[in-house]
Write a new protein. Structure first.
Lengths: 191, 532
């Protein structure tokens, strides 16, 4: 699966400078987070079977996104359970692919945001609560997104917009998800 | 149905093409002229210079893709053909920028709208920006030449319903509108120009000037990112580039290019970035400053009947009712156009999520979208953005000023008025905190008070201009009115970065015409000097 774009990312080139300076790691928030990554997502409490993920190696943040997708895509995801699960998994694959096309600096910013959402301290900074996202109700997750969306702190707003655009672009990238739009590309060229 | 692919045929016929991702060793290449970039400027320059008998190397950072790979899916087109997979943004993330990155540059993915440079812009450049020899009378023969070369002609078919709504609205309100001229030949009217023309109807650089230059013996190097120009004593002495892999990530292979003359056609943002990175002379600190975007606002409208805004020529009507109304340096004018509506484009360039967003997407085929492109760079409070070098590349800092927001409010009102006049049931200005509006009366009062701000209001750009301005006064300009560097005798710039302001019109034909003029003069000079 191939796709792309549209994260709230700075306009930066994808390559390192020619002369080989080491890339300075950008901080998403200036807050220095001390402490080890904890099970902030609530993995020890609840992990759905259908999210195909090795918890120890979830470098694509599939669990985190599996919590966010039903909120971002409410009413867009199919109602039938099996097709819904397939659509979510397809979107998770598309998100991983989208992230791979981001410039290095953008990937670093996003990675930092996602890491924070998987840690209790990060959650406290970003959401005002240490409750793991998986333990939150849909309404609580909506409140979290609205808190970011309407924040007077630009970094919160860009966190919301970055995740929103990543999820929307990845979901609507997939032709399998176009039936509700009644959109299909022309078939003149199909042999 | 199989479509002939002129690129694959050309490669099979023996074109000199080096895909730098396939190189395992450093290379040095020489020619009379090295051109950096293969878009509207680089493509036209390459054809004219090769026709004059000069040897030419074209160096392109993007990939060589052609119709066989243009599958009309955004998920393939954006990473393959656009800078940063079409996700480029300004430093504060308030403006999303679409800029092509492939052989053919943005011409491979643009929507084919071809407009001669508006006279008020040219007059402003003459009076305020020390530009000489660029009146419309002087330029028109060059526009004519390029219109002929690229089959630019008025779109004679019915506009699609997205454009028809713009036309109907203008007719009802007695506003100015124009049928667009397009650079197409045998267009299938499908609506996928932004993903690479699948039938090679669009007369982009990819299928016109670049093949012509290659037929005449030019060398094309793709996936090679130019890092810096080497310079000494007022002369450019070489170009250093880094090979990129198939994902456009850098490899360890380096390419060096030597030439008598060097042309930068990397586009606004990248041409100034290369010069800044090279530490070339810039005594008045102009490089990267006054970068313009035509920052663009969107207004959605729901119609009862299908609009199917994804289908058919994406742009066939525009309205200049508000572009120059208050004079060039007056309030920022705005041009009204429509965009093609495809799933990723519209799902990303709207606001909200969950139920409200799903409901919007369910109306996908009833959705008409109008855009207002704000003419930046003329008003004293519209100085554009500035490109800075960063640790890993560059950033574009583009502050959206009060003058911009003032025009944005007027633009949202004009778009709503137009859409209701065209028969819209509801109008949705694309900005946080605004709901569907049910009448022009309601829209008028809501838009007068709506919050407009960076990150709240969706702002996009598909036209990057400026940052390496032309003109005779070195306090304002990096290159002269023919694109020749004020500081390096063998360096020219031929792309949209030389515009001293934005244009108030889609830029491709301006770049074609001015490059044809400047490259022809350069070819005469270079061939004359080689004879002596």
């Amino acid at each position: 699966m191939v796709n792309y774009w549209f994260l709230g990312l700075s306009i930066t080139s994808t390559e390192n400078r020619f002369k080989g300076e080491s890339m300075e790691r950008r901080t998403f928030l200036t807050t220095a987070l001390v402490g080890t990554a904890t099970l902030a997502l609530g993995l020890s409490v609840y992990s759905p079977e259908h999210i195909r993920v090795n918890k120890a190696l979830d470098s694509e943040h599939r669990l985190l996104f599996s919590v966010l997708l039903p909120v971002f895509l409410e009413d867009a995801l199919p109602n039938v359970e099996t097709t819904r699960v397939a659509a979510q998994n397809r979107t998770l694959d598309a998100i991983a692919e989208t992230i791979s096309h981001l410039p290095q600096e953008g990937q670093a910013e996003l990675e930092q945001l996602l890491d924070m959402l998987e840690q209790r301290l990060g959650l406290l900074v970003l959401t005002g609560s240490m409750t793991p996202l998986m333990m939150r109700s849909p309404d609580e997750l909506i409140s979290m997104l609205e808190y970011w969306r309407n924040s007077f702190i630009d970094l919160m707003v860009t966190a919301y917009q970055g995740l929103r655009e990543l999820v929307m672009a990845s979901y609507y990238a997939c032709p399998e998800h176009w039936s509700r739009l009644h959109y299909a590309k022309p078939t003149y060229f199909d042999n | 149905m199989a479509i002939q692919d002129p690129i694959e045929e050309g490669l099979a016929s023996g074109w000199k093409h080096i895909d730098a991702s396939q190189l395992s060793e450093d290379r040095t290449l020489e020619a009379d002229v090295v051109i950096v970039g293969s878009g509207a400027g680089g493509g036209v320059a390459a054809e004219i210079l090769t026709q004059a008998g000069l040897s030419v190397i074209i160096v392109e950072g993007g990939s060589l893709k052609s119709s066989n790979s243009f599958n009309m899916e955004e998920r393939r087109a954006y990473p393959n053909l656009y800078h940063q997979a079409a996700g480029m943004k300004t430093k504060d993330k308030a403006i999303g920028i679409f800029q092509g990155r492939a052989v053919g540059g943005s011409t491979t993915v643009n929507w084919t709208t071809s407009i001669r440079t508006p006279e008020p812009a040219l007059e402003f450049w003459t009076k305020e920006k020390s530009v000489t020899g660029l009146s419309r009378a002087e330029l028109d023969p060059w526009f004519q030449k390029m219109e002929q070369r690229l089959n630019i002609s008025k779109w004679e078919y019915e506009p699609n319903r997205n454009n028809q709504a713009l036309k109907t609205g203008c007719e009802k309100l007695d506003w100015d509108f124009t049928v667009i001229k397009r650079n197409v030949k045998g267009c299938w009217n499908t609506g996928y120009c932004g993903m690479g023309c699948p039938v090679n109807a669009k007369q982009s650089m990819l299928v016109t000037t670049i093949p012509s230059a290659l037929d005449l013996g030019a060398t094309l190097v793709s996936r090679a990112k130019v890092i810096e120009l080497e310079h000494h004593n007022g002369k450019i002495t070489g170009v250093r580039a880094q090979a990129l892999d198939e994902q456009l990530k850098p490899t360890s292979v380096e390419l060096n290019f030597k030439a008598k003359h060097y042309i930068l056609s990397a586009g606004a943002i990248h041409t100034p970035t290369i010069l800044m990175r090279s530490g070339t002379d810039d005594p008045h600190q102009l490089l990267g400053k006054r970068t313009f975007l035509h920052p663009t606002l969107l207004s959605g409208a729901v119609f009862s009947d299908p609009i199917n805004a994804h289908s058919g020529a994406p742009q066939s009507i525009y309205s200049d009712e508000f572009v120059w109304r208050d004079g060039a340096a007056g309030e920022l004018g705005y041009k009204l156009e429509v965009p093609p509506v495809h799933p990723i484009l519209i799902s990303s360039k709207t606001v909200g999520y969950g139920k409200s967003h799903a409901a919007l997407m369910e109306n996908f085929n009833q959705l008409q979208v109008t855009i207002a492109l704000v003419r930046d760079g003329f008003h004293p409070d519209s100085q554009g953005g500035q490109v800075h070098l960063t640790d890993t590349g560059f950033a574009l800092d583009y502050p959206l000023t009060d003058a911009f927001w003032h025009s944005a409010r007027r633009a949202f009102a004009s778009m709503a008025e137009l859409q209701f006049a065209a028969g819209a049931k509801q109008v949705l200005p694309i900005s946080e905190g605004v709901n569907y509006l049910n009448s022009w009366k309601e829209a008028k009062s809501v838009i007068a008070d709506m919050e407009l701000a960076p990150l709240k209001t969706v702002v996009a750009s598909a036209h990057v201009m400026g940052g390496c301005a032309m003109g005779e006064d070195t306090k304002m300009a990096m290159v002269d009115s023919h694109g020749r560097s004020h500081y390096y005798e063998n360096l020219s710039v031929m792309d949209g970065s030389i515009f001293p302001t934005s244009l108030g019109a889609n830029p491709q034909l301006s770049i074609y015409g001015m490059t044809a003029r400047n490259a022809t003069k350069l070819a005469e000079e270079l061939t004359a000097s080689s004879r002596t």
